[in-house]
Write a protein that binds this ligand. Structure first.
Ligand SMILES: C[S@@+](CC[C@H](N)C(=O)[O-])C[C@H]1O[C@@H](n2cnc3c(N)ncnc32)[C@H](O)[C@@H]1O
Length: 250
């Protein structure tokens, strides 16, 4: 369904103190933004309408959460779901925040000092129709390598998708970007783990009869764990090797 622009979203979000109004100024200081700064810091990238984040954060006051999406049009719905969940639970909204940021430009918004314990990526856009647009996937190596800056060693990424191509490619992206895949399934609901919380898109795809694929990947320490080479660079390297071999033959 296409979301229409909601002109009131901006004002309503600005009035919510758990909405981060200025995402660019908190790099290195994220923990201190929460009532209990010592708690593990957990991200949801592309949180959309917030069904997942609101339930997860409300059920786990022992963690601090930050939900990020590129557009206020869905964040406004996330804001309302968070308010509803915490009101129902009779709890103050003191361990969750939301903000609008382009995750492709997350460098500096979160830094190594922000030590993130876990990242959730649920049903990110697959970008699979055109191979050259794959680099916009939130699990593309350029992205996964960026997340290494602030995800602690041994920290985990939980990834779910309906898309077969994206999942198949991600099974290669993660190891090449310095992560070990410790668990995976091609049918999450066949034997649904007790920790799973179904997202809005998960519900929609499941109703359509599409199987949900999921994996958990652990960040390996050290730059040497990263073996990914951008296809563009690889092509140049190959051309240089071929030119050198041809020069030798002459
Ligand atoms: C297909 S929806 C999934 C939403 C939700 N996670 C779910 O499972 O229902 C993908 C979400 O990612 C957001 N998104 C896509 N690219 C993004 C980017 N570069 N930065 C931040 N959010 C992004 C979109 O706005 C959208 O809300």
């Amino acid at each position: 369904m296409r979301m229409r622009f909601k002109p009131y979203a901006h004002d309503e979000l600005m009035a919510a103190d758990f909405h981060v109004h200025e995402p660019l100024i908190w790099g290195g200081k994220w923990h201190a933004q929460y009532a209990r700064p010592e708690q593990p810091f957990v991200l949801e990238l592309g949180c959309g309408k917030g069904g997942f984040l609101s339930q997860l954060a409300c059920a786990h006051p022992e963690n601090n959460y930050l939900g990020i999406d590129i557009t206020d049009k869905v964040l406004i719905l996330a804001k309302r779901k968070i308010e509803a969940a915490y009101t129902e639970a009779g709890r103050p909204i003191d361990n969750v925040k939301i903000m609008s940021t382009d995750i492709e430009r997350i460098k500096g918004v979160l830094t190594a000092e922000d030590t993130v314990s876990r990242i959730y990526i649920n049903f990110c856009n697959p970008w699979s129709k055109n191979a050259s647009s794959n680099k916009h996937r939130l699990t593309y190596p350029r992205q996964l390598i960026q997340y290494r800056e602030f995800l602690k060693d041994g920290g985990e990424i939980y990834f779910k998708t309906d898309d077969d191509d994206l999942f198949r490619d991600s099974l290669e992206y993660f190891p090449a970007s310095g992560y070990e895949i410790t668990w995976k399934t091609f049918d999450l609901h066949e034997n649904e783990p007790e920790w799973n919380i179904r997202t809005e898109h998960e519900g929609m795809f499941t109703e359509m009869g599409i199987k949900i694929k999921a994996l958990i990947a652990k960040k390996l320490p050290g730059d040497a764990a990263v073996t990914w080479i951008e296809p563009k660079v690889l092509k140049k390297m190959k051309a240089a090797e071929e030119a050198a071999a041809a020069a030798k033959e002459e």
